[in-house]
Design a protein around this ligand. Structure first.
Ligand code: ATP
Ligand code: MG
Length: 338
């Protein structure tokens, strides 16, 4: 089932911990499916690159800027002073302003709900993650939450555009504007402004605590959710839990100039790294999101079905899904389904 189109070059960061094992799985599945992609692999360096002040080299960032598309494994930032977090460096340097996390029930893998089908869209550049923390006096510290009109409009615009182009009917802005009147208030104001341009999409505002309760009671109430940085971090993990855990949930970071960097939601899972136990599904599904972004829809659907069918069949599942298969056995089963 190989394609005759000229290959597309995409950046691949295998990353740390279980990263190289699950990246290997993606490469195998993509090769078996005949996906026309050449991977440009970049590893996290062991030394700080003074040009990025981080363990990510300038060349690796340039690779994403040039290719405009990439797949990233989890990266664990080494502890110590004088360098920036790897994930923050990527977000800032590549202007990855929105993090899109689809969350849907996998047919054949039973959880409490079988009708979850929602998308969380997280503002990725500011809010509580501005890194502006300091001590005022001994025993009193301060952390600045930054919300700007520009970043809020940008992520709201992305959310409504996504809803419209993906046949979604509703956008819910998640907030705590009753307490954070200025910051979350501005975020909501921007969402409302954008909502007016999309009369065909229903717009609603939901306070975050109520949102958590509703998600746990009846996740089918939601369609597309858009929210500031920290709320997005928490809500998307909650949503991952609804459909079977971190081993299953993909995401894609959207940047300016059309950059798309897909990545699994989970971290480097140091507890199981190097043991051939990791579930590669989250990174594989992130790869599927990347393929859809590249309009390689046929291969995307083919790989997606092979993953779903393998999990549904139940014969080969990794330990996090209650099975006994290794990463390589599960990967081979997917390839056999292609
Ligand atoms: P990091 O600091 O990089 O986020 P972490 O210690 O928080 O690492 P996570 O990667 O966030 O670890 O994982 C949390 C838990 O979920 C761990 O017990 C890990 O083993 C498990 N887990 C995460 N990803 C996977 C996966 N792909 N397959 C199986 N288990 C996973
Ligand atoms: Mg973690």
């Amino acid at each position: 089932c190989s394609s005759s189109t000229t290959p597309i070059t995409a950046t691949m960061f295998p990353g740390d911990g279980i990263g190289p094992e699950i990246a290997e799985s993606v490469k195998q599945v993509f090769t078996t499916a005949g996906v026309p992609i050449n991977w440009e692999e970049h590893y996290v360096s062991t030394e700080i690159d003074p040009r990025t002040q981080s363990f990510l080299t300038w060349e690796s960032l340039e690779s994403v800027r040039r290719n405009k598309v990439g797949l990233k494994g989890p990266m664990a930032t080494p502890i110590g002073k004088g360098h920036r977090s790897l994930n923050l460096t990527l977000r800032k340097e590549l202007n990855l302003y929105a993090n899109v996390r689809p969350c849907y029930s996998l047919p054949g893998y039973k959880t409490r709900y079988d009708d979850v089908n929602l998308i969380t869209i997280r503002e990725n550049t500011e809010g509580e993650y501005s890194g502006l923390e300091h001590q005022v006096v001994r025993g009193v510290v301060e952390s600045l939450k930054i919300i700007t009109r520009q970043a809020s409009l940008r992520v709201a615009e992305y959310a409504f555009h996504y809803a419209k182009t993906h046949g979604r009917e509703r956008v819910s802005a998640i907030h705590k504007a009753n307490i954070m009147q200025k910051t979350d208030g501005l975020f909501l104001k921007c969402c409302r402004e954008v909502a007016e341009k999309y009369p065909e999409i229903t717009y609603e505002e939901v306070v975050i605590d109520n949102c958590c309760m509703m998600l746990v009671k009846n996740p089918a109430l939601f369609d597309v959710l858009v929210m500031p940085n920290l709320y997005g971090d928490i809500i998307s993990d909650l949503c991952a839990g609804l459909v079977g855990g971190l081993g299953l949930t993909p995401s894609c970071n959207i940047g300016e100039d059309g950059v798309a960097l897909a990545e699994a939601v989970h971290g480097s899972a140091p507890d199981i790294a190097g043991k051939n136990l990791a579930n590669p599904t989250a990174l594989l599904l992130s790869g599927v999101m990347m393929l859809r972004h590249l309009k390689l829809n046929e291969q995307a659907e083919q790989i997606h079905s092979a993953i779903i069918n393998t999990i549904a069949e139940g014969k080969y599942r990794t330990a996090d899904l209650g099975g006994t298969s290794t990463t390589t056995e599960f990967t081979k089963a997917i390839c056999d389904h292609l």
